[in-house]
Design a protein around this ligand. Structure first.
Ligand code: XBP
Ligand code: MG
Length: 237
């Protein structure tokens, strides 16, 4: 039955899905640690584990609690300061053009728009980070492309909690059956599925080994011609 309801809205995750941002985030965290002379360094294997926690501040808190030795533990004020610094370093690397949209995304957004689909974003990161990257990669204001942008600063609980997706449904007055989510990670997939939204997964650099058993569609690229036929039919694109 739900398969007969038209998909009206495509909801995109941001980090890892619209763009491969996580290396830029990781380097910005390390620069922020350096900037306050904190002897922490997140290499790629550690960062992969830390990505199970959505949100930059929550990630620092988690590391502080679970990985850092007692002599290196930091205060809540330090966490706030480090995250502010990290955001500044991340913004600088986006402004320099270090982060690009994933291949196929630009065209997918254009085709979806042309076919009168609504577009939305559901992300644990902030509105400012989304706006900066879209401006730099698409040369467009986010609100000219996306009808609603659900960001980590608008909810109490980030992914894998479903609140970011539920907010899109509520704000756009849509039923889950009218939407399709695009995600790159397990926590993102779980978040969308807990909101009852069918989900297409395309893993990113850090999530290739995640478990995607509950995904409705598995993508190896964002090129529409490489989507599974069943998904193209469902989207009518
Ligand atoms: C991924 C994230 C983000 C960034 C850090 O979000 O967890 O939190 O790594 O961003 P999603 P901030 O995949 O949901 O887009 O430092 O801005 O919180
Ligand atoms: Mg993601």
């Amino acid at each position: 039955m739900s398969d007969r309801i038209e998909i009206q809205c495509l909801i995109f995750d941001f980090d890892g899905t619209l763009a491969e941002t996580e290396e830029a985030h990781r380097k910005a965290f390390n620069k922020a640690f350096n900037s306050i002379k904190l002897n922490w360094h997140w290499d790629q294997p550690i960062y992969k584990k830390l990505l199970q926690i959505a949100g930059g501040k929550e990630r620092i808190e988690f590391y502080n609690k679970s990985f850092s030795s007692n002599s290196k533990k930091i205060s809540s004020k330090d966490i706030e300061d480090i995250h502010l610094q990290k955001t500044k370093f991340y913004s600088q690397s986006v402004a320099k053009g270090c982060v690009q949209l994933r291949p196929g995304i630009r065209k997918l957004l254009e085709i979806a728009k042309y076919n009168k689909k609504e577009l939305a974003i559901s992300t644990s990161t902030s509105r400012d980070n989304v706006a900066l990257l879209l401006k730099s990669c698409l040369n467009e204001n986010p609100e000219d492309v996306f009808s609603f942008i659900s960001t980590g600063d608008l909810v109490q609980k980030k992914k894998p909690n479903p609140d970011l997706y539920k907010l899109v449904l509520a704000e756009m007055n849509l039923m889950p059956e009218q939407c399709l989510a695009f995600e790159d990670s397990r926590i993102g997939l779980v978040s969308a599925k807990r909101a009852n939204i069918k989900t297409a997964v395309n893993p990113s650099q850090y999530s290739a080994e995640d478990n995607f058993d509950e995904a409705d569609y598995f993508l190896t690229s964002f090129l529409l011609e490489q989507f599974p036929k069943s998904l193209r039919r469902r989207l009518a694109l």
